[in-house]
Ligand binder design. Sequence first.
Ligand code: PMP
Length: 322
Amino acid sequence: MSEAPFPDVCASAVETIGHTPLVALDRLARGLPGRVLVKLESFSPGGSVKDRIARRMIADAESQGRLPPGGAIVETTSGNTGIGLAIVAVVRGYRFFAVMSEGNSVERRRILSALGAEVVLVPQAEGYRPGVVSGEDLALVEQCAAELAAELPAFRPNQFENAGNVEAHAATTGPEIWKQTGGRVHHWVALVGTGGTFLGVARFLKDRNPGVRCHVVEPATARILAGQAVTDTRHQLQGAGYNLIPPLWDAALCDDCIGVSDADAIETARRLAREEGIVGGFSSGANVWAALEVARRASDGEVIVTVCPDTGLKYLSTDLFP
Ligand code: PMP
């Protein structure tokens, strides 16, 4: 077997994380003064923006001696972060336990199992139904994860509190956007779940150019970061809008908050597919709707960058693409 390096081969799936394309939405934004560019995070191996933080949180734990070779990782997750962690765990040789509520969708369980993750299902609190995972359900999941992690023992990445979440985006997503646009960015627009994507990119861009305006996107009925009264926490923007101020939050990086309704997010996700050939999820629809709003109010030639956090293929069992 030849030991000579190949000209262009990745050593593992982990090396395919990031370096995602930035695409101009020149069909959807036709006639608007601003130009909208969208970063397609579905190009990473787990199909979402969360692969970046999975790689970073595990690498940090390794270098800090918190994850011995062959060790175990426990995270409470139902979706994209779990899939990213499962991929990195496979390649680096760790056991990964995804602790989730029985109320979460079956597709996510199946993808995690396919990746060799051990899925621990926690029964829902009395009176709750599948598809609606409540705060009470999440408390049960957290309790189960804490017990399991203590028993194994295991490393808990805890994406909501792990600074590596923000750092992953400040070190990769932000610099990629800067390079791809040649530094021609006037606005950054993103929905907040843990806040990692919004904060990491905002910090990097403002560091390069303090004039970049950063717009947070929130569900129209749960605008907690805008300081408004929350009227309804049930919304369809999965992975975001958790009705809390994320522990990693830094208000100094936020210039503006935009509320998006489920209907506008869904309609925009459908238009993104039909008019741009891009199949995104609910949060992609929300981000692009908000970016188009910013483009409408922008000065001529201003550049608005946003992100498609994942793919619509993860939501085929929902009413997004009937
Ligand atoms: N959209 C989707 C589909 C997600 O899974 C997430 C992450 N939970 C987000 C948006 C928000 O990203 P962040 O956690 O970096 O704020």
